[in-house]
Design a protein. Structure first.
Length: 417
């Protein structure tokens, strides 16, 4: 969806003179380790101020039809040199900024190929390298902020989650992350085998008693009777099985509160949904189980899609608060106003939809002084600038699933004051 904005793009004429500022030396980076990014990393990156270079390289395997990563890197660095010079940056500073990236033409990861996307963040005196699955972006970004929107969207749209596989035989739980799926050892208090559970546990709603019945010669023998049919009894057993699993998982789920996706038949998933008190159970479930022939990889794929469309309690709270404040000065939808408020540290919540972006002059919008010899660009991604500034001032940023944003907006903000 297009971002609502005024289209006001201009440049500043009044530049304050300053002496040449050399970039600090950066350690050698050839063969440096590419880390898996976390949300904490994103928050740390948002705090960096000054000239920021962000480079995204998509995955590439040797022998493929696409250009290899070394060639992509060279093309992007040539483009960076041209853009930095056109933006007024001193030649010595350009060389100092890009020199460590030129060294990466010897990086083993780039030479041998890589399945994941590789991301380079370079600023004055620092450089960070990350790898992340699921990104296909091949682009260079230059500006006052690192380009965090694609990274943040990928991390938050496909977070780690638990996958609980339920059947009338057993319960099994996996943890799914960027690396894949890993079977978890359930806490010892959980009886994961359903038949074993039934052997020593009775459904709460089933009552059994003994009654006297006339026997021969006036004797009375005990007779057992119950309140429900065999089907009701079985249903009660499974409900208690689900409730016992939910109770046993409480400590784990409270310590690591990830979304929980349930896989099983409709009656089984419905039983757990009814029994669970965990607030992060994803309402939609996966039909099938390994015992029924559904591959684990397929369940993981479906689980990722369900979590991607899931609206977490935090997102739901933000949307409800926005609806309450709609029409007031604390609820914003116009992008330029949001950018100014984020730069001032006034944004408490920022929500954006996938693909939301708009080009503009950040320095002019925020009235930031520009000094001589500093790189200046009229065209930065204003949505990304709002994201970075909101995070820098410890606001909350929330990518929203398709169709979740009210009034077909692309960006929404709730202000602190």
């Amino acid at each position: 969806m297009p971002v609502k904005e005024s289209g006001w793009v201009s440049t500043r004429e009044d530049c304050t003179m300053r002496p040449h500022l050399s970039l600090e030396a950066t350690p050698q980076v050839a063969d440096a380790e590419w880390a898996r990014p976390t949300l904490s990393d994103v928050a740390s990156l948002s705090a960096v101020e000054g000239l920021c270079l962000s480079l995204y390289l998509p995955g590439h395997q040797p022998g493929g039809q696409t250009r290899n990563s070394i060639a992509r890197l060279r093309v992007q660095l040539t483009a960076a040199e041209t853009e930095l010079a056109a933006g007024g940056m001193l030649a010595t500073d350009i060389d100092a900024l890009l020199s460590p990236l030129h060294q990466m033409e010897k990086d083993e990861e780039l030479l041998r190929g890589h399945r994941d996307a590789l991301i380079i963040f370079r600023s004055i005196g620092s450089m960070r390298l990350y790898r992340l699955a699921g990104l296909e972006l091949d682009q260079l970004f230059l500006g006052r902020h690192f380009h965090l929107a694609p990274l943040l969207w990928q991390l938050m749209a496909t977070p780690d989650f638990y996958l609980l596989q339920l059947s009338r035989k057993r319960a099994q739980m996996l943890k799914v992350d960027q690396e894949g799926s890993h079977e978890m050892v359930l806490p010892p208090e959980i009886v994961s085998d359903y038949e074993q559970f039934k052997n020593f546990d009775q459904p709460d709603h089933t009552l059994r008693a003994r009654s006297g019945a006339s026997g021969g010669q006036g004797s009375r023998s005990p007779v057992a009777f119950g309140t429900g049919s065999e089907r009701e009894s079985e249903s009660g057993h499974f409900h208690d099985f689900c409730r016992a699993i939910d109770r046993g998982l409480h400590a784990l789920l409270a310590k690591h509160p990830l979304p929980l996706v349930i896989a099983g038949t409709k009656p089984e998933t419905a039983a757990f949904q009814a029994a669970s008190t965990y607030s992060r159970v994803v309402a939609a479930s996966i039909g099938g189980s390994p015992e029924g022939g559904t591959p684990v990889a397929e369940m993981v794929r479906q689980g990722r899609e369900l979590v991607r469309q899931w609206i977490s309690p935090e997102r739901q709270h933000m949307l409800e608060l926005y609806r309450e404040l709609a029409g007031s000065s604390k609820a914003l939808e116009e992008l330029h106003a949001i950018v100014r408020a984020a730069a001032q540290g006034r944004v408490e919540y920022l929500a954006f939809s996938s693909g939301a972006q708009a080009s503009g002059n950040y320095d002019l919008l925020t009235e930031r002084p520009v000094t001589s010899g500093e790189f200046v660009t009229r065209h930065v991604d204003l949505v990304n600038a709002a994201i970075a500034d909101t995070l820098r001032h410890r606001g909350k940023v929330m990518p929203m699933p398709e169709g979740a944003m009210p009034d077909s907006a692309s960006v929404l903000a709730i202000l602190r004051y």
